[in-house]
Design a protein around this ligand. Structure first.
Ligand code: SAM
Length: 397
């Protein structure tokens, strides 16, 4: 990593990467004023009617506002915010990454390092496709059966690859909003064959240079053995896997809990572990929603619609995951729920991101909302709520 000393040089690097097509993205973060509702600004290239523009996302606490800008407009925007209301910036190009960090005296430190993102130099639907996971020379991707020996993604694994790449992008953007400056502990619940666990470890340690400890929890012993062997062969010292159920796994304290497609209430077990261990982040993409589907007995105006199995399924999914998000809020997490990937790659594409908030939740109000929703749909219990109540886990008040 090389230290640079010039903010103008940083802006020039952005400008020249935009000109020569190597620009991937630029993020402004670390807001100076904690009370500001604008958390981040993200810029990425877009091609609109053959014109190279920048898509700029203004990420507010509860909403995103997106605008397309010309390069001069984007430069003005960066100059207006950088070092004033945002104290960090990360520029990603396919040639190098450049990070800027301002201290309290507003003095900038600028570092350049090898590129962490790969941009496929083609515009697709007005976007540049990019991947965080590097396939070339990766031992674990081969051993786990995602790539061939020459680093090509096995066609049948393309969807899985996209899911984990997208998942890592979400973790990455959350971490960059508040970059950890101490060793970071992550648990992956229901880690399966470890695709996500390995790729996330690789990205955090080898691209972001973080000090990370990741544990995968999986009930199938053969997968745990395969993953531990592959971690050793890859030299991934901070990555290990344990056999057991999520429910039985003991965690004292954790920084981030992740779960990708942990079946039905296993996702609730995972969220419960995250809340109990006071995880700073709980990021999960649920799988099936049988528990609530079986409980539902709607005695409301939706009844005539919900006689159709398909709508009942979709309603169960919304209720299960919507209530999970509300429960997380009750326990002091700021939450977002969204589709993290197109349904072309998996129908199980809902992602819930919970981030521990310094703001105390209105527990009584949220408890009332959960009660009303359950009542309207004849739901006696939500498995996650019951776990938290039964184990006496205090809410975020
Ligand atoms: C659909 S797979 C997903 C695997 C991995 N997260 C991925 O996306 O590639 C779900 C995994 O969770 C494991 N699993 C399900 N319930 C579990 C539980 N209660 N405790 C531990 N592992 C569980 C299953 O054995 C399976 O490997």
């Amino acid at each position: 990593m090389n230290e640079l000393n010039n903010i103008a040089g940083f802006i020039e690097s952005f400008e020249s990467s935009h000109a020569d097509g190597t620009f991937i993205k630029l993020t402004l973060g670390k807001k100076a004023l904690k009370s500001s509702t604008l958390n981040n600004i993200y810029l990425r290239p877009v091609l609109i009617k053959d014109e190279k523009l920048l898509s700029v996302v203004f990420r507010h606490q509860t909403s995103d506002i997106t605008k397309n800008m010309s390069l001069p407009e984007a430069l003005l925007l960066i100059k207006e915010h950088l070092g004033k209301d945002f104290l960090a910036a990360s520029l990603f190009t396919s040639k190098e990454d450049i990070q800027v960090l301002f201290n309290k005296k507003r003095e900038a430190r600028i570092f350049a390092s090898k590129p962490s993102l790969t941009a496929l130099q083609e515009f697709d639907h007005d976007k540049i496709k990019r991947r965080l996971i590097k396939t070339e020379g990766s031992i674990y991707l081969q051993k786990l059966g995602l790539t061939t020996s020459d680093g090509k993604i096995i066609p049948s694994m393309n969807d899985k690859f996209r899911q984990i790449d997208k998942y890592i992008e979400i973790v990455d953007s959350n971490l960059k909003e508040n970059f950890p400056d101490k060793p970071f502990a992550i648990a992956d619940m229901g880690s399966g064959k470890g695709y996500l666990t390995f790729a996330l470890y690789d990205h955090l340690v080898n691209n972001l240079k973080m000090e990370v400890n990741i544990t995968g929890v999986e009930m199938r012993q053969n997968l745990v053995d395969l993953c531990n062997r592959t971690a050793r062969e890859s030299g991934f010292d901070g990555l290990s896997f344990v056999q057991g159920t999520i429910g039985d796994y003991k965690i004292e304290k954790i920084d981030m809990l992740i779960a990708l497609h942990a079946c039905d209430t296993a996702t609730d077990d995972a969220i419960f572990k995250g809340i109990s261990a006071d995880a700073g982040y709980i990021i999960c993409a649920p799988c099936c929603q049988k528990q609530i589907r079986n409980e539902m007995n709607p005695e409301n105006e939706m009844k005539p619609i919900l006689k159709h199995g398909i709508f009942m399924e979709r309603q169960a999914e919304m209720l299960t995951d919507g209530l999970r998000a509300l429960i997380l809020e009750k326990y002091g997490y700021q939450t977002k729920a969204f589709e993290f990937i197109s349904t072309n790659h998996t129908p199980k594409n809902v992602m819930i991101v919970g981030r521990k908030s310094p703001v105390k939740p209105d527990v009584a109000k949220i408890t009332g909302q959960i009660h009303q929703i359950k009542k309207a749909f004849g739901i006696e219990k939500h498995y996650l709520e019951e776990l938290l109540d039964k184990n006496g886990v205090g809410s975020g008040q």
